[in-house]
Write a protein that binds this ligand. Structure first.
Ligand code: ZN
Length: 441
């Protein structure tokens, strides 16, 4: 037996007896002849007693991972044994080792590598199948097994939980013949739960964007896990708010500043569009200064250079008073709100917060614009959650990033038919860093 070659091949329980050099073909690798080197290979799979009477020799040709970049053809000459135990119904069996189970045409390590390439390596199922020379269904099954092995059944404790929605596919409707009403069987909205404080990525996803869907997932966690959650970051969605209030009454809800800024910018744009139609009798176009400034208006002044900012204010003041003054007022209100949100992560004093909030409310009220009044009302409704953001600086950016990963994975795969498989893939992808798969060599 060639001990060195056996070590090099590294298939536990099998020893290399001979290696024959490759043929002339470009695809041909060396042929490796193997013999059994594990006494347990002769244990009957049914009764577990070692067999003593041999029936015949058989040769199996399991496919394996490449060795030094070349695919080797394995030839394992093994015995078929007879089980002589009277109580055992098994008459004969062939030898098997964990790396090459009986009847398997692939080694266990090849099968696992195909699944790991998808779950840890970020490859698609079809590409992993091409790379390893196996079929799509084999890789898909190997990936599912890999995912079940590496993903915990229950998430570890989480201090900051993110909840966000994502759209998936189309809704399906069915007509109830009795009542004549349509009901959804497949909801296009899915709700994701993300670990924002640790590296567990996407913890779970449920179909639907309802209170019942969110509380259903949270109720499946044990009491200790739910008690461990201190903060929940959500976007300005009252469904999530009431669901979290019901399932996790002790947590502090935090609203992401991104959505507050988005609301303020939407209000500003609505005002600009409405006034343009009122004053000019049509939509804005090239040559209308307020239309040309439409993108600059929604940028934060703190991120603009003075040579952009000062002319913008001058240009707005030069517009007709019915148009320029309200847009400028709305822009000022938006900037006041941004000033308020900029206090996050600075350990702000409550008088400073109150001062900036009052300035923003005052500006909205003084403008007399319905869009700004609505904005101020929304801020007031969500004030406890916005204040929690100012105090903690927690954002839901991790959930939004997870949504991007979900979309990227789905596009790579050319879509998923089965939401369960999609969740497994997304969970594997979002936990890759935590599992050490993205570390540099
Ligand atoms: Zn037996």
């Amino acid at each position: 037996m060639d001990h060195d070659t056996t070590l090099l091949l590294g298939l536990d329980g099998l020893a290399v007896t001979k290696v024959v050099a490759a043929g002339d073909g470009p695809q041909e690798g060396p042929v490796v002849y193997l013999a059994t080197a594990d006494e347990r290979a002769r244990l009957c799979p049914q009764c577990g007693v070692a067999a003593v009477r041999m029936k015949e020799w058989v040769t199996t040709r399991p496919r394996d991972l490449p060795v030094a970049g070349r695919c080797c053809a394995l030839r394992w000459r093994k015995r078929r044994w007879c089980c002589d135990q009277a109580s055992c119904s098994r008459r004969t069996f062939t030898e098997q080792v964990p790396q090459v189970p009986a009847r398997s045409r692939l080694t266990t390590r090849l099968r696992q590598a195909t699944g790991a390439a998808v779950g840890d390596g970020g490859r698609t199922v079809i590409q992993s199948a091409r790379d390893h020379g196996v079929s799509w269904p084999i890789v898909s099954a190997a990936f599912t097994e890999h995912a079940r092995r590496v993903l915990p059944a229950q998430p570890a404790p989480v201090a900051v939980l993110g909840i966000d929605e994502i759209r998936r596919g189309r809704p399906h409707w069915v007509l109830d013949e009795g009542t004549g009403t349509w009901t959804t069987t497949v909801d296009r909205w899915h709700t994701g739960f993300v670990d924002l404080s640790g590296d567990q990525g996407l913890l779970g996803q449920v179909e639907g964007r309802t209170v019942a869907a969110v509380t259903g997932w949270l109720d499946q966690r044990d009491a200790a896990w739910r008690t461990g959650v201190a903060f929940v970051a959500i976007d300005m969605c009252s469904i999530f708010k009431s669901a979290v209030r019901a399932a996790l009454p002790h947590v502090t809800l935090v609203v992401d500043h991104f959505h507050v800024v988005q609301l303020a910018n939407t209000a500003l744009t609505e005002i600009r569009r409405r006034l343009t139609v009122q004053v000019r009798g049509r939509r804005g176009r090239k040559g209308n200064r307020e239309w040309e400034l439409r993108n600059r208006l929604t940028r934060s002044a703190a991120r603009m250079h003075a040579r952009q900012l000062d002319p913008m204010v001058d240009d707005l003041q030069a517009l007709p008073a019915r148009l320029g003054a309200p847009i400028l007022a709305a822009w000022n209100a938006k900037e006041d709100l941004l000033d308020l949100l900029a206090l996050a992560r600075t350990h702000p004093d409550r008088t400073v917060i109150a001062e900036r909030l009052f300035r923003c409310y005052d500006r909205c009220a003084a403008s007399g614009l319905p869009e700004l009044e609505r904005l101020a009302t929304t801020v007031e409704t969500w004030w406890p959650e916005i204040l929690a953001f100012l105090r903690t600086g927690i954002t839901n950016a991790g959930s939004e990033g997870t949504n991007r990963v979900i979309k990227t994975t789905a596009r790579d795969a050319y879509g998923f038919r089965n939401p369960e498989n999609q969740r497994l893939r997304t969970r594997c992808t979002t936990t890759r860093r935590g599992r050490g798969c993205l570390n540099p060599a």
